[in-house]
Design a protein around this ligand. Structure first.
Ligand SMILES: NC(=O)c1ccc[n+]([C@@H]2O[C@H](COP(=O)([O-])OP(=O)(O)OC[C@H]3O[C@@H](n4cnc5c(N)ncnc54)[C@H](O)[C@@H]3O)[C@@H](O)[C@H]2O)c1
Length: 261
């Protein structure tokens, strides 16, 4: 399988590679013998982060891209995976103005990470890929970018936006041999996003517990289960490989058939 992909020695950057889906993508790529540059804001001696990077800061992104090119000479793939969500309501009917409503700081934080970070990384990588006349840029979206999601409107909006970015960038960059795609995971097994703050906020906004939500996944996906992180990672590895050489400008759903958030 790994040989079939032909990813050996391909230089691939994964943002947010320290946790959850990003870490699973790094694992899958390493198994395929790719050279993985994990770029994450959280950086310790124990983590696999090769280069600390805050994707919301242009200078930090430039440094990360320069580090990669200086060390490995090229960039074959970029996975824009760093992202976050936290449930927030547009208007809290029970308690107007409560901390569970979207405010401007929340909006900016979500848009900065999920949208602006994706744009910063893609732009710097595209400059390198245009010179190489090859490369793949892949944005990690979410199934809720298609249909919206209760108490996740800003998150859903940012994911719809980065799918649209992918379609537009594919049009701009296809002539340089660069493919641009999005992957939209559906309900997944636990990752770092399920913080206490996330659970608390979700229970308040939806009047349900995280356990109720997870039970709901069983009926809302056609396969009656949550997705495995490896199922997203394997799809990403395939799309980054030349086996997917005629796939661009589209979103691939890895959502067990779920389409409504
Ligand atoms: N977990 C799910 O169920 C799910 C479903 C659909 C889509 N997604 C998407 O998958 C991606 C990964 O989600 P996850 O659940 O694995 O999240 P996670 O919280 O487990 O991991 C996110 C990683 O991003 C890093 N990060 C945060 N801010 C950063 C910044 N400014 N610069 C660089 N790195 C930063 C974190 O340190 C962390 O390592 C996100 O884009 C998310 O929206 C997740």
């Amino acid at each position: 399988m790994e040989d079939w992909l032909g990813l050996k020695d391909r230089v691939i950057i994964v943002t947010g590679g320290n946790s959850g889906i990003g870490a699973a993508i790094c694992d899958a790529l390493r198994k395929a013998e790719a050279i993985v540059v994990s770029a994450d804001i959280s950086y310790t001696e124990e983590t696999d982060t090769e280069v600390p990077c805050d994707v919301t800061k242009k200078d930090s992104v430039r440094h990360m891209i320069e580090h990669t090119v200086n060390r490995y000479g090229r960039i074959d793939g970029l996975v824009n995976n760093a992202g976050m969500t936290l449930p927030r309501m547009l208007a809290d009917a029970d308690n107007p103005g409560s901390p569970y409503e979207i405010d401007e700081a929340f909006f900016d934080r979500m848009v900065n990470l999920n949208m602006k970070g994706t744009y910063f990384c893609a732009q710097e990588a595209a400059r390198v890929m245009i010179k190489q006349k090859r490369g793949v840029i892949l944005n990690i979206s979410s199934e809720c970018g298609k249909e919206g999601s209760h108490s996740q409107s800003i998150y859903s909006g940012t994911k719809a936006a980065i799918e649209s970015f992918a379609r537009s960038w594919a049009k701009e960059l296809g002539g340089y041999g660069i493919r641009v795609l999005a992957v939209a995971p559906g309900p997944m097994e636990a990752t770092g996003v399920w913080t206490d703050a996330y659970r608390d906020s979700l229970s308040y906004c939806r009047h349900v517990t995280m356990d109720d939500v997870r039970k709901g996944y069983k009926s809302s996906t056609l396969l009656h289960r949550e997705g495995k992180l490896t199922e997203v990672a394997d799809t990403v590895a395939f799309l980054l490989s030349d086996r997917a050489s005629y796939i661009t400008g589209t979103t691939v759903n890895v959502s067990g058939g779920k389409s409504r958030g």
